[in-house]
Every structure is written in C-alpha cells, then in structure tokens.
Design a protein around this ligand. Structure first.
Ligand code: UN1
Length: 503
C-alpha cells in the first residue's frame, strides 16, 4: 500500500500532509512521505486557548463519562491498528511486530484509563479535631502540553492523552518533526471517536496538534495556560524545559535519556540472557530510551556470553522494516548514523574492542542508514560509556563482586532502566533493594526495554524523575485539594491553639 492510500484510510485530510514546508522522509529508503504544513509559533497561543476553553467544559463531565470517550478511542485504535502500525514502520522504520506492539500499547493504556475513570480515588484522613472530617479530592488540572520523540511516535502521546482525558484535561501535542504523519493519523482516529461519542465540535478540541520544531515547543513551554508539560527527549532538552516551566511554577513530567545496564551474574540462565540482551540492545535498532547500552558481566561467564552474543548478533536479519523476517530496521537518519560512528571511534580510543557497527545495504538504500549492531568490549566504564548514544551499541564490561556491578550500574548520570540475570535469589533481591539499582525500572531475568503499561514508567537523576503510564502516574495530571469539613458546632483549632474571640 502506498503512503497516500494509507493516509487516506487513516483519515487526515490531504491538506494536512501535502504542500507544507516540513518534508517527511522514510528512514527505510529515503522516500518522501509527505509535506506537512507547520504550526507557526504564533499559532500556539490560540491553540492553547482553545484547549483551555475545552478544559472549562470537560472538567464538568463526570470522569466515567470522560472514560467513555477514551473507551471509544480505544475501539477506533483497534479498528485502525494495522494501517497505523504500517505508518509507524514507514515513518520511523520500526519493524512490523514492534510497530503493531506500539499501537497495542496505545490500546492498552486506553483500557487502563477507562478503568481509572472510575477510580480517581482520594484518601480520607483522620482529623485530630472532634466533629471534623479530612479528605483529599482530585480535580482536573488544565491544559496538558505533550512533546514526544520520534522513536515512539504514537504510544507515548497515548500514555499522556488517555490519562489526561479521563483526568479532565485537554492535550496539545507537539510530535517529533520526524514523525508528524503518525500524529496526524492519531488525531484523525481520535476525531472518529469524538464523532461516535457525540458533540464532535467540542470534544475535538481535546486533542490538538502543534506541528513544528523547537520554536513551537518553546511556545508551549512558556505558555502560562499549559498547566503540565510532559516531554520525552534528550536530557539537554529536558534541562531547558524543566527550568523554563519551573520559572513560571508550571508542572513538568520529564522522560529523558537512559543509559540502561544489564548485569549478568554467574548463575544466569544464558539462553534467556542472550535472547533478552539482543532484544534490549539491538531491537528497535537501539533507539528506545530503555535500550540496553551497558552489559555488566561476571568474569566467570563473560567470555562465554560475549561469544554467544557475537553469534546471535551475526544471525540478526537487518533490512527494510516491512520485509518478512527483518529484526533490525534502519536508524532514523544520517545524523544518528554519524553519532553512532563517532561514539564507536571514541570507544576505540578509550580502549574498546569493537565488533560490528558498520553500515550495510548502502547499495540498495543509498538514502537510508542500516547498520550492524555493535558489541564493544570495554576495559572499564569510560566517558563514552556514560553517555547515551541513540544507536545499537552495547558496551560490555566485567565484574567480580556484585557490589561492584551495582556500583557500575549506578555510576552514570541517567537512571531509567536496569536489570539483572541471575538464578540466585539473594542477588536478585539485592539488585532491586534500596542499595541496589538506582533506576526507575529494575528488573530480574527480563531485559531493560519493553515495559508493560501497568507500571509507572520513568527514571531518576538525568532521566528527569517523571512517571507516566500506569500505577498512580495519573496524579500528575490532576490537582490535589485537601478538604477539612467541620460538622460540629464548635471551632476547635488544630495543634491546641486557642484564639478566643467574642462573636
Ligand atoms: C521510549 O523509548 O521512549 O519500555 C518509551 C519500553 C516501551 C516504552 C519506551 N514500553 O521499551
């Protein structure tokens, strides 16, 4: 199916992807997919104002009814799963199965949010004063600005939108400039849900797009009516956004860089380990924020594991994302390829032994960047290992005592995901304990990537501290009020304070 037919089936109007100045190319073969008109930075304010007007209406709708819109959105996503996944593959180069998985992640978060729409619970709290009741209530927060990266062009927006919508908040979404078509398609799917929900003119304002680059993002970041800015991207970008949003006392949810480590203990099941490491490190061509970038291996299994990984790396099929059997699609663009080569050169200069990493399929796809995944044996955790390079590079290091492995795991600025492979219960428990991994995600006998939506997703340190998706991440999208109700005829003051006035 060509891209035009695909887009027509998904629903955005042709004017949304033709004749604009943002040229979208496919990382798979360099073909032009569309020319999208960009939002002008000056147009961001009216978009936010429309969203704010929608907020004033939407917050009056009971949460379970808000959940109904998200339920219908989930149904529409199910109906569009195939074409939307196809578009994800074309626009960002994800292999078929991972693209389908990404749309499934959207469906899952919709289901989660529908249930949540009846569970936005507050607490009741024991009051120290007689005849008083204390409680917490949660209310809609306001407009949520969402900035997403190319690598999850639809799922991360859905994590935010599904929760925001049941919490009573409209969304203004700035997708990556590298993936605006996916965003246009999602918006069209959402509009179909709005039409089925009823009252389309009003609910459509609950999910608006602002397509463009940094200027457009900046206009959202500084806008006083954007109550929560949820951003996924680099640590550099997050530092900028965090400071600007904090300066106006807005709220931020940051999901930034990861530099995720897998520790492999001497008792590890190596069959399991090899499969998990290859998926985590090379899958998605190393372009997940949860990608495993460091392998910390006990000296007793190091050589055996490296050998098996080299073998497994050699058997991974690299090719066009939609071709049968492909496990590794392209890098997103030339810039990503250059960053990968620069990192490998630096690793060599820091004593690394590089296996793989070279460009392939250049004859067939001169305008795309396919690479062999790289395994790099490092003498220690040098400067390049402490950086996140968004490419399939796995640095391998040795350890002797688990305490050293944990220290290596934690000695990077980022703190998103981590895991340990071991069949030793004590090692596993220690790794996930208070003195173990310092990351937001710490797993046992599974890789660092591919989290389910039910858990809170995010990480510590330079990863930004935000939590999205499951568990109680919804609380970021609401404002909390503490209410104390006096149903007595007296006016006792807290802490025993006396302040007697004659009424
Ligand atoms: C991201 O790379 O920005 O855990 C998100 C995972 C996915 C989400 C990744 N569920 O790998």
């Amino acid at each position: 199916m060509n891209v035009e037919t695909l887009l027509q089936s998904l629903g955005p109007p042709a004017t949304a992807y033709q004749g604009g100045n943002l040229t979208v190319t496919s990382p798979g073969d360099g073909a032009i997919l569309g020319r999208v008109p960009e939002t002008l930075p000056a147009d961001v304010s009216p978009i936010v104002d429309r969203a704010h007007a929608a907020y004033r209406r939407w917050r009056l709708v009971p949460p379970p009814r808000r959940g109904e819109l998200v339920r219908v959105f989930g149904e529409e996503l199910r109906a569009s799963k195939e074409p939307l996944a196809h578009l994800v593959s074309l626009e960002v180069g994800k292999i078929r199965s991972e693209a389908l998985g990404e749309v499934q992640e959207m469906i899952d978060i919709c289901d989660f949010a529908v249930g949540l729409s009846r569970q936005l619970y507050g607490l009741t709290i024991a009051s120290e004063r007689p005849g008083h009741r204390m409680m917490e209530t949660w209310h809609p927060l306001g407009v949520v600005g969402v900035i997403t990266a190319f690598n999850f062009p639809v799922a991360v927006a859905a994590w935010n939108a599904a929760l925001a919508l049941v919490c009573g908040d409209p969304v203004v979404w700035k997708p990556s400039e590298k993936a605006p078509l996916c965003a246009l398609a999602v918006q069209a799917v959402f509009e179909r849900a709005c039409r089925r929900f009823g009252d389309p003119m009003r609910t459509a304002d609950l999910l608006q797009l602002a397509v463009g680059g940094r200027d457009v993002g900046r206009a959202m970041v500084v806008h006083p009516r954007v109550a929560l800015l949820s951003a996924t991207g680099s640590t550099r970008m997050g530092r900028d956004i965090g400071a600007s949003v904090a300066a106006r006392f807005g709220r931020c949810l940051l999901e930034l860089g990861g530099n995720n480590g897998i520790t492999v203990g001497p008792s590890a099941d190596l069959d399991l380990t090899v499969r998990a490491v290859v998926f985590s490190a090379a899958g998605t061509t190393g372009q997940r924020c949860t990608t495993a970038r460091r392998l910390i291996v006990h000296e007793a299994v190091h050589d055996r594991l490296v050998q098996r990984l080299q073998h497994a790396y050699g058997s991974v099929k690299i090719g066009p994302p939609l071709e049968e059997g492909t496990l590794l699609g392209p890098l997103i663009d030339a810039h990503a390829f250059e960053a990968m080569q620069a990192a490998l050169a630096q690793a060599r200069s820091e004593g690394g032994r590089v296996f793989g990493g070279e460009r392939v399929l250049e004859d067939r796809f001169p305008h795309a960047h396919y690479v062999k995944p790289a395994l790099v044996e490092m003498p220690e955790q040098t400067a390049i290992v402490r950086q996140e390079t968004f490419a399939p590079i796995l640095y391998v290091m040795k350890y002797r005592a688990l305490a050293d492995a944990i220290a290596i795991n934690n000695a990077v600025p980022q703190g998103l995901s981590s895991s340990i492979f071991t069949t030793d219960l004590r090692e596993a428990e220690l790794f996930i304990s208070a003195t173990g991994s310092d990351c937001g995600i710490a797993n046992v006998n599974i890789g660092t990537s591919g989290a389910e939506i039910g858990g809170a997703f995010g990480g510590e340190k330079e990863t930004g501290g935000g939590r999205e998706s499951g568990s109680d991440a919804w609380k970021s999208y609401m404002r909390r009020a503490t209410n104390t109700v006096n149903y007595s005829g007296e006016l006792p003051l807290a802490q025993g304070v006396r302040f007697d006035v004659v009424p």
